[in-house]
Ligand binder design. Structure first.
Ligand code: FES
Length: 94
């Protein structure tokens, strides 16, 4: 089990699980109002962007987003596997 810290909550998940799935399951609100309806969790909209500190890797799809930078740890949570304990900062989305 690994720990995730987001919005002053701490919860556990299993290694390799989708970060988006864990955050939504633990009631972390990832999406702006209307985007709750149109997001599909397939890495195309950029609305599930979070800053991740800890063990995670940016996927090739994540690296194509305009918000990606080698100097920032911003990820699409739907494209992120949890590979160890992580600390999450959630954004308003794009
Ligand atoms: S839900 Fe759209 S990029 Fe993750």
């Amino acid at each position: 089990m690994v720990n995730i810290v987001a919005q002053v909550k701490t919860f556990e998940c299993t290694y390799g699980v989708s970060l988006r799935r864990v955050l939504l399951k633990n009631h972390i609100d990832l999406y702006n109002s209307g985007l709750k309806v149109i997001n599909r969790g397939i890495g195309t909209c950029g609305n599930c962007a979070v800053e991740v500190e800890g063990d995670s890797e940016a996927t090739w799809r994540d690296k194509t987003h305009s918000f990606h930078s080698p100097t920032r740890n911003w990820r699409s949570s739907c494209q992120t596997q949890v590979l160890g304990s992580v600390w999450i900062t959630e954004f308003d989305g794009f």
